[in-house]
Design a protein around this ligand. Structure first.
Ligand code: SF4
Length: 260
């Protein structure tokens, strides 16, 4: 089984698990793996009863449709971010719990209207326990300041709360284990809009493998929350040419924020 298939199935399992947690026992799934619906059904049945696995492949993704069906206000099972943080900060659900120095929960305003989501902590974040504090974080702060935002009025979190060794990409099983934590954070914060920073965060939230270049520049939705996509600040440090597009994305975000 290829990595992409594994990843999509892991993300679907994570999304479906959230529905099971809410008391839903069966699902209808539109499978992105159109040639292997039986295989998808078998894997998903680890989570709950699969009513049908459609061979119809919609680019909008089944996971997103199902997630949109769950009001974020109902998805939250903790009273506050503080309670949630305390409940999960010793997590050992995936191997990264053994290798992290510090658990990196998130930072910012607990009632923020805008939430930025990256992929995973890096070395500095792992050392300090706060997301986006290395060179990329400093650049993010400058970008935020340019549109009159700061860590005091937005919220920043990652898909993964623990650093992948050597800053490698998050693995599908790690994201599947950790993604419900992010969903809970979003449920508690209830932002008016989300901005995914980089390909991995964008693809995980939207449950797609569409390249970042084709995702940015337009509005999407995550669980009913308007969502947009832009480059990860670390990519801007490597590729200056992304700055123009990133600035366009930030202006798009700010324009919607100002209208809201
Ligand atoms: S990365 Fe997420 S799932 Fe894995 S140990 Fe850390 S908090 Fe738990």
């Amino acid at each position: 089984m290829d990595n992409y298939t594994d990843r999509i199935q892991a993300l679907l399992r994570s999304a479906l698990q959230a529905q099971v947690d809410l008391g839903m026992g069966e699902f209808v799934v539109e499978s992105p793996m159109s040639t292997r619906p039986a295989e998808v059904a078998e894997r998903l049945s680890e989570v709950g009863k699969v009513v049908s696995v459609s061979e119809a492949f919609g680019a909008s993704s089944a996971g997103q449709q199902h997630q949109e069906g769950i009001p974020l206000t109902q998805a939250a099972t903790f009273a506050s971010l503080t309670d949630h943080h305390e409940a999960i900060c010793n997590c050992q659900e995936c191997p990264l719990g053994q290798t992290r120095n510090k658990f990196v929960y998130g930072v910012g305003c607990p009632t923020a209207d805008v939430m930025f989501v990256g992929e995973a902590p890096g070395a500095e974040e792992d050392r300090l326990g706060e997301p986006f504090v290395g060179r990329a974080g400093q650049l993010l702060d400058k970008i935020l300041a340019a549109i009159d935002f700061s860590r005091d009025n937005i919220y920043i979190a990652n898909i993964l709360k623990c650093r992948p060794p050597g800053n490698r990409d998050p693995q599908p099983d790690e994201m599947a284990k950790c993604f419900p934590y992010l969903r809970e954070q979003i449920s508690l914060i209830q932002p008016k809009m989300i901005c995914a920073l980089g390909r991995i965060a964008a693809q995980a939230l939207l449950q797609t493998n569409t390249p970042l270049g084709r995702l940015r520049g337009q509005w999407h939705e995550y669980a009913g929350v308007p969502m947009m996509v832009t480059y990860h600040p670390a990519a801007l440090l490597r590729f200056q040419s992304y700055k123009k597009d990133t600035w366009a994305d930030m202006k798009m975000l700010k324009a919607r924020y100002d209208r809201s």
